[in-house]
Design a protein around this ligand. Structure first.
Ligand SMILES: NC(=O)c1ccc[n+]([C@@H]2O[C@H](COP(=O)([O-])OP(=O)(O)OC[C@H]3O[C@@H](n4cnc5c(N)ncnc54)[C@H](O)[C@@H]3O)[C@@H](O)[C@H]2O)c1
Ligand SMILES: O=C(O)C[C@H](O)C(=O)O
Length: 308
């Protein structure tokens, strides 16, 4: 069973749909909104019946129904509104993480926990600290959104499929993320060698501003792309695929950073994070990553001690 906490919210229910569509497992949607997860589960079960998928969705307002889940995906919490940054959600969502960590500890103590709630690196840190699970089992989401976004914008410039691009965005999910065009590649060539500096600057800006652009256009934040990314992470763990994805990981010396969470490439398999990969960086890239990781640290330092 894969549980989604926040399962009646936009990203939560879309994630439930993606898990079913990829035929990964049954899905438990848990949410504090009365009746809403049950209603979403019913609709998802009808979708599965239409498509002939033999997985079930369940909905509940009771955390104990996550019992037995090997993966718990956390999408619960407040989304930002137009004009807000993700960082503005720090305190309110840290409270939500703290509450949910208690429940996961009690009902799914052996699970791998994927955290998407914003600001996602800081929320992954709170979840990690409050759960006390090994770091391999507490994994933050967003690299699998920021990097494919970079691939998308580059693919438009190059008029090729985004699937042909291996994009790299490191550090923080937020205003200070670090897109790395030299480390991103197309057919073995660095992306930076295939586009002009002006085009590179443009796609980097589009990537950083992508989330805000969606909110500006439609009034609420993304759901389709993040849900797809979460499903890929869950799939890699569930099927022990050992695929390399950029994820938010607790660093204990990797890249020279300690006691902080940042987006880095990692191998995902049955144990969660099987290995963190350390990319060789130029001096300039090192500075860019430092600035990004320092922005995560600033957020963590702004959290009262009970969240750390
Ligand atoms: N990291 C990313 O890339 C990324 C992408 C999209 C959204 N997000 C973030 O994900 C979060 C959710 O976004 P959304 O659009 O789905 O919001 P939403 O308001 O549609 O859904 C949030 C859901 O969480 C539920 N919830 C709140 N507290 C809860 C608790 N203690 N237990 C269980 N459920 C609880 C709410 O009832 C609601 O249904 C936001 O913080 C948003 O910023 C992050
Ligand atoms: O922009 C947001 O608030 C949601 C998410 O972090 C995103 O990048 O789409």
């Amino acid at each position: 069973m894969i549980t989604v906490v926040g399962g009646a919210g936009r990203v939560g229910v879309t994630t439930g749909a993606m898990v079913l569509l990829r035929d990964l497992d049954d899905v438990m949607l848990i949410d504090i909104k009365p009746n809403a997860p049950q209603g979403e589960a019913l609709d998802l079960n009808h979708m599965a019946a239409v498509l002939g998928i033999s997985r079930r969705a369940y909905g509940s307002n009771d955390y104990k129904d996550m019992s037995g889940s090997d993966i718990v995906i956390v999408t619960a919490g407040f989304p930002r509104k137009a004009g807000q940054t993700r960082e503005d959600l720090l305190r309110v969502n840290a409270d939500v993480m703290k509450q949910i960590a208690e429940q996961i500890k009690e009902y799914a103590p052996n699970s791998k926990v994927l955290v998407l709630t914003n600001p996602s690196d800081a929320m992954t840190y709170v979840m990690y600290k409050k759960l006390g699970f090994p770091r391999e089992r507490v994994i933050g989401f967003s690299g699998l959104l920021d990097s494919p976004r970079l691939a998308y914008y580059a693919s438009v410039k190059l008029n090729i499929s985004p699937a042909s691009i291996q994009p790299v965005v490191l550090g923080m999910h937020g205003e200070h993320m670090f897109p790395a065009p030299r480390l991103s590649s197309v057919g073995g060539a660095p992306l930076s060698s295939l586009l002009s500096q002006k085009d590179i600057d443009e796609i980097v800006k589009q990537t950083v501003e992508a989330g805000a652009e969606i909110i500006k256009l439609r009034g609420y934040s993304s759901n389709w792309a993040p849900a797809a990314g979460l499903a890929l992470m869950a799939e890699a763990i569930k099927k022990d695929q050992r695929k390399v994805y950029i994820v938010s990981a607790y660093l204990n010396g990797e890249y020279g950073y300690k006691d902080v969470i940042a987006e880095v490439p990692a191998v995902l398999g049955r144990n969660g994070i099987e290995k963190i990969l350390e990319l060789p960086l130029t001096d300039e890239e090192r500075k860019g990553l430092d600035a990004s990781v320092n922005a995560v640290r600033d957020l963590l330092n702004a959290l009262p001690p009970e969240y750390r």
